[in-house]
Design a protein around this ligand. Structure first.
Ligand code: VGL
Ligand code: ZN
Length: 223
C-alpha cells in the first residue's frame, strides 16, 4: 500500500453485530480481519452510522410499518430498519475490539433527521455530502479500499460514490458481511460490477507489495 491508498472501515458498530439492534449475520467476524488489514495502511478512515432518535429510516417512525419494508420518501425508496445506531448510544459505538489506533478520521453519517445515508460520501438525497471526497483528495488519495458492514448497503453505496468521485475502488470481500434483504446483495454486486469496483480477499492483500497487487485485483464480475 502507498500513501495514495486509504482503508475505509465502514460501520463496524455494536448494533450491527450479532445480538445488536440491526444484526448483520456473522458481522463480528470482520473485526479480527480488519485489525490485521489496517496495519498495512498508513491511511485509515472509519465511518459510523449516526442517527437521531426517531430517524426517518426507522420503521417505528412510520405508523403501521415494519422493519425491512420499503417505502417511498421525499428522496426516493427507503428500506425501513429497526431503530439502530442512535447518536451517543452503546449500539452506535465502534466494536470494542476494533483496534486501529492510527486511524485519522471518523466520518459520521445519517445524522440528518429526514435523510438516510448509507454512503460515506453522499447522503440519501443524492445532494448533501459528508465532505469525505474532498478530504481524501486534499490528502492525495487515489485508491480507496473498503471493508466493514454491510456489504449490500453502506459498503456498496460508499464504493459506488467513491467511483463517482473519481477514485479507484477495491472491496475487500472477506472483510465485509451482508444483510441481504429482498435481493439486496445480488443487486449491490451487480451495481458495483457495472461501476468498475474491484474486489480482492484480505489474504491476497496481506502478501504482495502494490506493484504485484495490480494483477490480483479482479473485476467484481469475476466473483
Ligand atoms: C446500514 C442499514 C441501515 C449499513 C446502516 O451500515 O450497511 N444498513 N443503516
Ligand atoms: Zn442506518
Amino acid at each position: 500500500m502507498t500513501e495514495h491508498d486509504v482503508l475505509l472501515v465502514v460501520d463496524v458498530q455494536n448494533d450491527f453485530m450479532p445480538g445488536g439492534a440491526l444484526a448483520v449475520p456473522r458481522g463480528d467476524e470482520v473485526v479480527p480481519v480488519i485489525n490485521v488489514l489496517a496495519r498495512r495502511f498508513a491511511n485509515v478512515v472509519i465511518t459510523q452510522d449516526w442517527h437521531t432518535p426517531g430517524h426517518t429510516s426507522f420503521a417505528a417512525s412510520h405508523a403501521g410499518r415494519q422493519p425491512f419494508e420499503r417505502i417511498e420518501l421525499h428522496y426516493g425508496e427507503q428500506v425501513l430498519w429497526p431503530d439502530h445506531c442512535v447518536q451517543g448510544t452503546a449500539g452506535a459505538a465502534l466494536h470494542p475490539e476494533l483496534a486501529i489506533p492510527h486511524a485519522q478520521l471518523i466520518v459520521r453519517k445519517g445524522h440528518h433527521h429526514d435523510v438516510d445515508s448509507y454512503s460515506a460520501f453522499v447522503e440519501g438525497d443524492g445532494k448533501r455530502t459528508t465532505g469525505l471526497a474532498g478530504y481524501l483528495r486534499e490528502r492525495g488519495i487515489a485508491r480507496v479500499f473498503i471493508c466493514g458492514l454491510a456489504t449490500d448497503f453502506c459498503v456498496a453505496w460508499s464504493a459506488l460514490d467513491a467511483r463517482k468521485a473519481g477514485f479507484e475502488v477495491v472491496v475487500i470481500e472477506d472483510a465485509c458481511r451482508a444483510i441481504d434483504t429482498g435481493g439486496s446483495l445480488a443487486a449491490a454486486w451487480r451495481d458495483m460490477d457495472l461501476a468498475g469496483v474491484k474486489r480482492i480477499s484480505s489474504r491476497e492483500l496481506a502478501g504482495p507489495d502494490v506493484g504485484q497487487l495490480r494483477g490480483q485485483l479482479r473485476p467484481s464480475a469475476a466473483r
